[in-house]
Design a protein around this ligand. Structure first.
Ligand code: 4NP
Length: 186
């Protein structure tokens, strides 16, 4: 099993606080869930002054809307509350954020397309690269990376939202592990 992406020598470049942006399509289901899960993990470790999180969508259909009630209900069952309203990713986000974590390959491609330069594009990773064993799949670039997608739950049933949270919790634990290493807290 290979390790998750090493952040210390690459995109973070010693910056503090580290700013992380989670990105999905609508910014009403997956990315606000990932933002809230990550914020809770960061708070549990007392790292809220060192790690900041936000979320956005590549699409604009839901801009200004609160998180999907099904996503909010699934998160609430785990003691997590979803905050904020949807916004669309903007080019300035590549300046503001050190790490941009896409929920699936199609959103990663959309982000890479609007990245202003190669350094900005290098900030884009798939969230699930950070789950145990994830980077092995990502490194095989010739293979479709669909198996590292957090699947879009919007058109599905309630159980899809539980599955999304399971994937997000596993991957965010990996993100935190790598960030702690990168900022010298581990
Ligand atoms: P999200 O879910 O990208 O996880 O926020 C979706 C929300 C809305 C749509 C698709 C996915 N939509 O087609 O409107």
């Amino acid at each position: 099993m290979s390790a998750a992406p090493d952040l210390s020598s690459s995109v973070l470049g010693g910056a503090l606080p580290v700013r992380i942006l989670f990105v999905c399509l609508g910014n009403i289901c997956r990315s606000p869930s990932a933002e809230a899960v990550m914020r809770a993990l960061v708070r549990e470790q007392g790292l809220q002054d060192l790690i900041e999180v936000d979320s956005a969508g590549t699409g604009d259909w839901h801009v200004g809307q609160r998180p999907d009630p099904r996503a909010a209900a699934a998160a609430a069952r785990r003691g997590i509350s979803l905050d904020g309203v949807a916004r669309q990713v903007e080019v300035a986000d590549f300046e503001t954020f050190h790490l941009i974590l896409a929920m699936d390959e199609s959103n990663a491609i959309a982000l890479e397309e609007i990245a202003p330069d190669a350094a900005a594009a290098a900030k884009v990773r798939l969230l699930r690269e950070f789950e145990r064993g994830g980077s092995e799949v990502r490194q095989a670039r010739s293979r479709p990376a669909a198996d590292l997608d957090v699947p879009d739950p919007y058109h599905g049933g309630e159980s899809g939202f539980e599955g999304v949270l399971d994937l997000i919790e596993g991957a965010c634990a990996g993100v935190l592990r790598e960030l702690e290493r990168a900022i010298g807290r581990r």
